[in-house]
Design a protein around this ligand. Sequence first.
Ligand code: 13P
Length: 253
Amino acid sequence: MRRYLMAGNWKMNLTPSEAKKFALELAANIKDLDKDVDVMIAPNFASLAYVKEAIAGTPIKLGAQNMNDNEKGAYTGEVSADMLLDLGVEYVILGHSERRDIYKEDNALINKKVKFALAKGLKPVLCIGEHLEEREAGVTADVVKKQLEEGLKDVSAAEMANVVIAYEPVWAIGTGKTATPEIAEATHQDIRNILTNLYGAEVAENVTVQYGGSVSDANVDNLMAQKNIDGALVGGASLKLAPFTKIAKFEKV
Ligand code: 13P
């Protein structure tokens, strides 16, 4: 059975002191969870150590928002897998559309990062998703297929047990325009089929596929009711205590 993963991507928000305060409050709200649900928060690099301390002893897991694909060395401004592991990081978000669009990360680089993260024992959250023009042109399934095939190149079936996929339609990120549960589910079904072709049905059935893009406490239950939606990657609403607590403790309808 695949697990649900409810995650907050805090992006470039909250100073370390603010992140610590928020994480302590969130930790007080989330002391226990259903046994098939995981909750993760991904603060900025500067806040990881504080947040690690704040969530100690709770089921909340720690994530990072990016990682370099090299072991170590002369890469000014970058952060390595070992640094993240040393800070108690378990998940690393890779290939977010903001990294793809603003920092020009392509599938080949993202694939290197995914493989490096896996080799180091980090769990990559591989983000994929189409732009508005691509959805309107009817090529969403082709876009996510290419992102999955190239992003997961040379990732083995056994390694897929540690990979999470986050489907984030770019037009739904930060816009308040969530994909309807039906639209999201249709692409999640496509993603499951693509994973089945790549790895076989058994592996594909066990991969957690999150939805991201304007997830809120108001729409989470209906999204999570879909057969192939196994979690949420939340931006804006993960920066608000009560809504994110509600998202983490979504109702299974
Ligand atoms: P919003 O929830 O703010 O739309 O952001 C989604 C996202 O990009 C999470 O990674």
